[in-house]
Design a protein around this ligand. Structure first.
Ligand SMILES: [Mn+2]
Length: 350
């Protein structure tokens, strides 16, 4: 029995880009990745595609998009085993009403069992019915499984007592493969227990060449992690001591941003420069690449210096009022930062 195992596509959502037009691209990326996963399944002639929860982002995906996904699965030459997780459980009735013949949706009422005796395998799984569960998935063993390989599909953590429906770690012995979803980082606990991770980056920590698990379960189990992501994250840190570093930073960034296959995250530390920031943004925008730019500023130190330098003028008066603003420390700092930028523009260099 050959299979592909994926989860956490969160179709309808995007990588959290700063700009709305980038988020529209990020949203599309996830559908392209879904299509690539289907293609991979066809190429690899798998018998099953495991979709282990959070395939959709229930509050962001449209009904037409759900239909599109189901139509794609309908045309696939393999069987899809689908269960819904904490981000798509509300779509249960909608999906159940439109379910293609070759898609099996695991019940959201009890642990569901699906036997494929011709391939000598039995699958267990359950869909979520709510956003969090303070219970542990348990399995008492079923009669009638003799001579069959047992596979568990589950959306939740392995072991651990969180509110996200973890699996009872003691039942590892009962299964030949445990296909988990939910945590976005791929984690191969052991060969027969795998958290596949998201196949397309969803936040700044989803690094690496993300993919899906391709496996074969017969006498033995073999699995392989196959990259499928549309884009991967590239991160670069720059330290700007003063204006004399600008030329080198721009040259380095220019040499780096060659490919649209990446999401570039630039982290700048040291002396802030509005001029450098604008120059970098213009460079990246011209190349049409997807990026984000963050300054790690030592704001308290900058504000302190500004207060000293601008005691008695308009800027000093603004800072005094902003510092007295009724909010938390982070809000006050952000307010000072925003005001300094508005009042000083490109001269806002620390
Ligand atoms: Mn989840």
């Amino acid at each position: 029995m050959r299979f592909l195992h994926t989860a956490d596509l969160h179709l309808g959502r995007s990588f959290p880009y700063e700009r709305e037009e980038d988020r529209a691209i990020g949203r599309k990326d996830r559908f392209r990745t879904f299509e690539r996963i289907l293609k991979l399944g066809i190429q690899e002639q798998v018998d099953y595609l495991f979709l282990v929860g959070d395939i959709f982002e229930q509050d962001k995906v449209t009904a037409a998009e759900v239909d599109y996904v189901l139509a794609c699965l309908d045309h696939a030459p393999f069987t899809t085993l689908l269960l819904l997780g904490n981000h798509d459980y509300k779509l249960y009735d909608e999906v159940a009403a439109r379910l293609p013949e070759n898609v099996r949706l695991f019940s959201n009422e009890a642990m569901d069992r699906y036997e494929d005796s011709s391939r000598g395998v039995v699958f267990y799984g359950t869909s979520w019915t709510r956003a969090s569960y303070n219970k542990i998935l348990q399995f008492d063993g079923e009669a009638g499984d003799e001579g069959l390989h047992r596979v568990l599909l589950h959306h939740g953590n392995w072991s651990g007592g969180d509110g996200y429906f973890p699996v009872d770690a003691n039942l590892l012995h009962a299964f030949d493969y445990v296909a988990l979803g939910h945590v976005h980082k791929p984690t191969m606990y052991e060969n027969k227990l795998q958290m596949c991770g998201t196949p397309e980056p969803l936040d700044h920590t989803d690094r690496g060449n993300l993919g899906v698990v391709l496996g074969e379960l017969d006498e033995v189990l073999t699995t392989r992690y196959v990259p499928v992501a549309e884009r991967s994250l590239k991160q670069k840190n720059y330290l700007r001591r003063d204006a004399s570093d600008d030329e080198a930073i721009v040259a380095d960034a220019k040499a780096l941003v060659r490919s649209g296959d990446f999401i570039y995250s630039f982290y700048l530390a040291g002396a802030y420069s509005g001029i450098l920031e604008r120059e970098l943004r213009r460079l990246f925008d011209e190349k049409g690449i997807l990026y984000e730019l963050h300054w790690e500023k030592d704001l308290p130190r900058i504000i302190e210096r500004m207060e000293r330098e601008h005691e008695g003028d308009l800027l000093g008066a603004f800072l005094a009022r902003a510092k007295a603003y009724d909010g938390d420390e982070e809000t006050r700092l952000a307010l000072c930062d925003l005001g300094l930028r508005a009042l000083l523009g490109e001269d806002y260099d620390s």
